[in-house]
Design a protein around this ligand. Structure first.
Ligand code: NAD
Length: 455
């Protein structure tokens, strides 16, 4: 497998894909070691994870450089991601005891009843490239804290980062037979689906997620899917500062070149403020620098996957043919690497692909609406259900709207953010099951109900 720098086209490394045989060897190593790990105290496991987090901090510049080199993400955004992962780890460490300890339900002389949280065993984590630290940490940290071993398949676009994570976990004191990286793309992922693993935790596209779900169904083990989104944002007519809202929401659409599962992918704006909002939005996006992701101050780096450039071109072509107005950008940049102009389309409607299919790139459609009711209807007109945002001067108005939208997360006056204490969960084609929060700590366990009576 060739690891390519998406900003320069240079080959960074050539790696050997894992085969069914090497994966089976890994499985055997994990299988022998996992019960010993499960038998260590939670405090001991927490100590190792805390050391891992410290190592992320110590090596942040080198790690950010590697992440940028294989994904094209601007260096500062790579640093932000690693810091964000450390914040999540800290929340997990602060809450692991509370949510993984035995829970007593009845504790009398005659009857004792409790719930214990046992590890699943060997957990398979097939992961995405867009935030390899964040989406990785959501899975492998709570999995390890709960006493599991992890077979981790990073995306083929973030394998060097996966290998760094493996090495830092070992440096932190983890037995090398508890967290193992499987190298490769689709074929390696396919091979993992045929193995006898005790849980499948996937982050990636709807198409792959659906395939995995179908493939592992017969195993009757937990399967959790964190998939894509087409996240809507509505700007109501009672916002106080149009320019500030335009800047914040543009960042929600374009951060990480729009390659976030919870990136704002469609914007609906009340007609009373539409023109002013759109002008301010374009001004903000124009002010952000595009360039090599290694240059400080760059906001738009390279896109990670070359194939996505064609997807963006198709969406723009179709939208313009159906009457959309191109306000900014619209084409790939003729330069080495995967660069695309930040693109803003106005006068769009929900029949266009740009308002229906995940774009996962620096492109946004903005549509005028005449009421909150129309906004709700359009926001719900999607196969996805990850997040939805409302900007309004009134919390009550925003809550009223968000309560009618079928999404796992609702944002009032914010967007494109994830927080460790709340469940991160999609609906519909955005997947099911939750990471983060108490649910995410317990997702890697199976409950045992204890019913104990004295003779
Ligand atoms: P992808 O589905 O192309 O790949 C994800 C992983 O699956 C990779 O490791 C890949 O090698 C593996 N894979 C591909 N085909 C496989 C197969 N047939 N069997 C087993 N494994 C296979 O997704 P991607 O391009 O890496 O990630 C982008 C997608 O992930 C977007 O849709 C994004 O919205 C989504 N995402 C969701 C979240 C979330 O929390 N909901 C977070 C990040 C990314």
């Amino acid at each position: 497998m060739k690891v390519i720098n998406p900003a320069t086209g240079a080959t960074l490394r050539i790696l050997r894909d894992d085969t069914r045989d090497t994966l089976q060897d890994m499985y055997m190593r994990l299988k022998v070691t996992q019960p010993k790990w499960a038998a260590t105290s939670l405090a001991e496991r927490m100590k190792i994870i805390a050391r891992f987090s410290q190592l992320l901090q110590t090596h942040i510049e080198r790690l950010a450089g590697i992440l940028t080199s294989e994904t094209g993400k601007p260096l500062q955004q790579s640093r932000n991601e690693i810091n964000g992962a450390r914040t999540r780890i800290q929340w997990m460490l602060d809450n692991a005891e509370k949510f993984l300890a035995d829970e007593w339900v009845t504790n009398s002389d005659a009857l004792k009843e409790k719930i214990s949280y046992e590890p699943l065993g060997i957990v398979c984590n097939i992961s995405a490239w867009n935030y390899p630290y964040l989406v990785g940490v959501n899975v492998f940290i709570p999995a390890l804290l709960a006493g599991n071993a992890v077979l981790y398949k990073p995306s083929e676009y973030a394998t060097l980062t996966g290998m760094e994570i493996e090495s830092l976990l070992v440096q932190a004191g983890l037995d090398p037979n508890l967290f193992v990286v499987a190298t490769g793309g689709k074929e390696t992922g396919e091979a993992l689906l045929t193995m006898k693993l005790d849980g499948y935790f996937f982050t990636g596209s709807y198409k792959t997620g659906k395939y995995i779900y179908e493939k592992v169904a017969g195993k009757m083990v937990p399967c959790q899917l964190e998939l894509g989104g087409k996240d809507p944002l509505y700007v109501a007519d009672d916002i106080n500062d149009i320019a500030a809202v335009a800047a914040a929401t543009a960042d929600g659409a374009f951060y990480n070149n729009g390659q976030s599962c919870c990136a704002v992918e469609r914007i609906y704006v009340h007609e009373k403020i539409y023109d002013e909002y759109v002008n301010a939005f374009v001004t903000s996006v124009r002010s952000w620098k595009l360039g090599l992701p290694t240059e400080e101050g760059v906001y738009f780096g390279a896109l990670t996957r070359p194939d996505q450039l064609k997807v963006l071109e198709d969406q723009i072509l179709e939208a313009r043919a159906k009457g959309a107005t191109l306000l900014l950008g619209g084409k790939r940049i003729e330069h080495e690497g995967n660069f695309f102009e930040p693109t803003i389309l106005a006068d769009v409607d929900n029949k266009m692909k740009v308002m229906q299919e995940e774009s996962f790139g620096p492109i946004i459609g903005i549509m005028k609406v005449n009421s909150d009711a129309e906004a709700v209807e359009l926001m719900n007109d999607t196969d996805y259900g990850l997040t939805a945002a409302v900007y309004s001067g009134s919390q009550e108005r925003a809550a009223q709207i968000l309560s009618q939208v079928n999404s796992g997360t609702g944002y009032w006056n914010c967007c494109d953010r994830v927080t460790a204490g709340l469940p991160w969960a999609g609906r519909k084609h955005s997947g099911f099951g939750a990471t983060l929060s108490h649910q995410g700590l317990r997702a890697f366990t199976k409950t045992k109900s204890w019913q104990m009576k004295s003779e």
